[in-house]
Ligand binder design. Structure first.
Ligand code: XIL
Length: 388
């Protein structure tokens, strides 16, 4: 959570992008589309943002946001103001930020996002209470001491965070990424259907139920979400992960464990095939258990080799996004959140584990390097407008 500066684009990339962006802006009247007129003063009648286009069709659109960028970059803040109807803290709701030392909580970064959103009428969703990453060493050591201690550490965190945010956040990822990645996937886990995470080791598979029950006990009407990834595409390992997730969800429902929704992260990859019918059926299967399904972290990693020209690249990405949103909507998803808005701040360009290896930068999100709407934005707008 320290250095969140974007990498510099490879030599020539920024200037080519700028040139291309300007060319497109003049063709498509982009100055207007960005909410300002030719003189750069605010447009009195700006065209609607993605969240308004979504809302008019009964969908919710929002995006993950970074508090320090919101405070320091006016163009970034303007993009969120224009496009995002819901805000999700990209880091600021994670354990290591909220409770870096035992009993010492720091809500300042999360508060900054909440206040910014509240001033603009944009709700915040919480992410994430129990996760194997962003989990500080003190907590790792503490929950290894005994089951009793592990339960107490879990309860203290959940109760303090939910108690503090209760009037301002009504929707939390209570457990994040709890299903194990099957063989064949990018990060396969050795065995078991559930991830071998710190709380799994400390408390056994029942830790998921324990966390959900603690959250419900703390807040009777909060939306409790189980959030996971790797279930979207048409690969054998995604098929297996869908089976595992559905199994878990059905087990929780059968045991009457409090759970309201499943979040599907949707970090899509062009290298994998996508089958709309398979995905829509999966969404339906979860909904048949009485749960809502949300798309919580949508972004796209491009294929292993990409064309030289950005227009061609953006078209491929946009087609996949359209197919995905349409299938999800057909299955009954009404909430779509992207993991960021602007390519330049996407974890797909910042994080080595998901960045490209050829020096190029993924065009993963609706707005390009210069914060302009690109083909993915238009594909999303069209998908909302035409979805059933
Ligand atoms: C990611 C952030 O985007 C990165 O910058 C950070 O270093 C690691 O976490 N699934 C999740 C998110 O649930 O919290 C992750 O966010 C991306 C994958």
């Amino acid at each position: 959570m320290t250095n969140l500066l974007p990498p510099s684009p490879p030599a020539g990339e920024a200037s080519r992008r700028t040139a291309l962006g300007m060319a497109l802006a003049s063709v498509a009247g982009c100055a207007r589309a960005q909410g300002s007129n030719q003189q750069g003063s605010p447009d009195k009648n700006p065209p609607p943002g993605l969240w308004q286009i979504a809302r008019d069709r009964g969908f919710t659109f929002g995006a993950a946001v970074q508090a320090n960028m919101l405070a320091s970059d006016p163009l970034y803040a303007a993009a969120y103001e224009r496009e995002a109807g819901v805000l999700v803290p990209e880091f600021e709701g994670k354990w290591s930020v909220l409770q870096p030392k035992e009993g010492e909580f720091d809500f300042s970064m999360l508060d900054a996002i909440i206040s910014w959103g509240q001033a603009r009428g944009r709700p915040i969703r919480g992410h994430a209470l129990i996760w194997h990453e962003a989990f500080p060493d003190w907590a790792l050591a503490a929950i290894g001491e005994s089951q009793q201690r592990a339960r107490a550490v879990m309860a203290a965190h959940i109760n303090k965070v939910l108690g503090t945010t209760r009037l301002r956040i009504r929707d939390w990822d209570v457990v994040n990424e709890v299903v194990a990645d099957p063989p064949g996937s990018d990060t396969p886990q050795a065995d078991g259907e559930l991830r071998n995470s710190p709380f799994f080791r400390a408390l056994g598979p029942g830790y998921i139920e324990t966390a959900l029950r603690m959250a419900r006990e703390q807040d009777a009407t909060l939306r409790l979400v189980l959030n996971d990834y790797g279930v979207e595409e048409d690969t054998p390992w995604a098929e297996e992960k869908r089976r595992r997730l559905l199994n878990l969800v059905r087990d929780l429902v059968r045991k009457k464990v409090p759970l309201d929704a499943v979040g599907i992260q949707a970090h899509l990859q062009m290298r994998n095939a996508f089958n709309p019918a398979v995905f829509a059926n999966f969404v339906r299967a979860i909904r048949a258990e009485g749960l809502s399904v949300l798309v919580t972290e949508l972004d796209i990693r491009e294929g292993d080799s990409v064309p030289d020209d950005y227009v061609a690249r953006d078209r491929v990405v946009a087609e996949r996004v359209s197919a995905f949103i349409s299938a999800a909507a057909e299955g009954g998803v009404r909430t779509f959140l992207t993991w960021g808005l602007v390519d330049r701040f996407s974890w797909t360009v910042i994080e080595a584990s998901v960045a490209r290896r050829d020096g190029k930068l993924h065009r993963a999100l609706p707005l390009d390097w210069e914060y302009n709407r690109k083909e993915m934005w238009r594909a999303m707008a069209r998908s909302f407008q035409t979805a059933a």
